[in-house]
Design a protein around this ligand. Structure first.
Ligand code: FUD
Length: 294
């Protein structure tokens, strides 16, 4: 019989808070713990205002693991043709990695290879090469800190570079680092991939991080993502990494994230209810996944 997943199950900080003051940190971590999660993914897009030592203490007090994520901006795009923009991006990522190390996180994920925004043109060979060169440096720094660097595949409106698992695998091959993995997100897969199963299969053992998000980024099970197909593929692939629930509503506004992700709608108002139901949904649907590949 199928059981619940043994993977660490996480939740993105944006479910609970928009910033990371001490009060917000305590609220997010205690709420994640009481909703039954093992891990919290902290938005580290502003490393200069994130207190790593304080966060580590709160994590330890609640017995929670952490990951960190960000989306780079056009001013900090490590794939830019402009050298000074690349330098700013590498500084941001390097600072984020240092904060993540200080708070004890071992996964650095998100749109950490290009800007997270709508590009006005397709990715050029030069842009790709700039990303490869930047990532070679940054994955080496992450390796020194024991951090796995996950490249998140997102939809066409949020990057022009890695919109599919296949593209991410090409990037992994070009970067050639042992600690770089693919980060898939069901919300984005639902927009760009041929199927959940094919995307998971393409990554094989290079899949290192997974976001569990609904098609409208609200309550799990109320949209059009085929979670049973995704869970079947992940289990069949022997995926053992984090499964992190991600959801956004204009009930919780992040100055750095909400507008970038076009979070215009109130999809939920009670983070605790949302998070608890998502946690239960993951267990129930993982256990009930079909065994046969159709
Ligand atoms: C963006 C996304 C997020 C994002 C992260 C940054 O669409 O899916 O995972 O990269 O929220 O913290």
């Amino acid at each position: 019989a199928n059981g619940a997943p043994t993977n660490p199950v996480g939740v993105h900080s944006g479910v609970f808070v928009g910033g990371w003051s001490k009060e917000e940190c305590e609220k997010a971590i205690s709420s994640a713990k009481s909703a039954g999660y093992d891990l919290i993914e902290v938005n580290v897009s502003q490393p200069e205002i994130l207190d790593g030592a304080m966060t580590k203490a709160v994590l330890e007090a609640h017995g929670l693991q952490a990951a960190g994520s960000l989306g780079l901006t056009p001013a900090s795009d490590i794939s830019s043709d402009d050298e000074s923009v690349r330098r700013e991006g590498k500084r941001t990522v390097s600072d984020a990695l240092k904060v993540l190390k200080a708070l004890g996180g071992t996964y650095f994920v998100g749109v950490n290879y290009s800007a997270m925004h709508k590009y006005a043109r397709a990715c050029t060979p030069q842009q790709w090469q700039h990303a490869v060169a930047s990532l070679k440096e940054l994955t080496a720094e992450a390796a020194d800190y024991g951090i796995t660097y996950g490249l998140e595949v997102v939809n066409r409106y949020e990057t022009n570079m890695l919109n599919t698992a296949t593209k991410a695998m090409e990037m992994l091959a070009d970067v050639g680092a042992g600690n770089v993995v693919v980060h898939l997100d069901s919300y984005h897969m639902n927009i760009e991939e041929d199927s959940m199963a094919l995307a998971v299969d393409v990554c094989g053992d290079k899949l290192g991080y997974v976001h569990i998000g609904e098609s409208h980024r609200g309550y799990l099970g109320t949209g059009s993502v085929d979670f049973p197909a995704l869970f079947r593929a992940l289990a069949a692939a022997g995926y053992g990494g984090p499964l992190t629930f991600e959801s956004f509503s204009s009930a919780v506004v992040s100055p750095s994230l909400s507008n970038t992700l076009c979070v215009w709608r109130i999809l939920w108002e009670d983070p605790q209810d949302l998070a608890s139901k998502a946690r239960a949904y993951i267990d129930v649907n993982w256990a009930a996944r079909p065994n046969t590949v159709l």
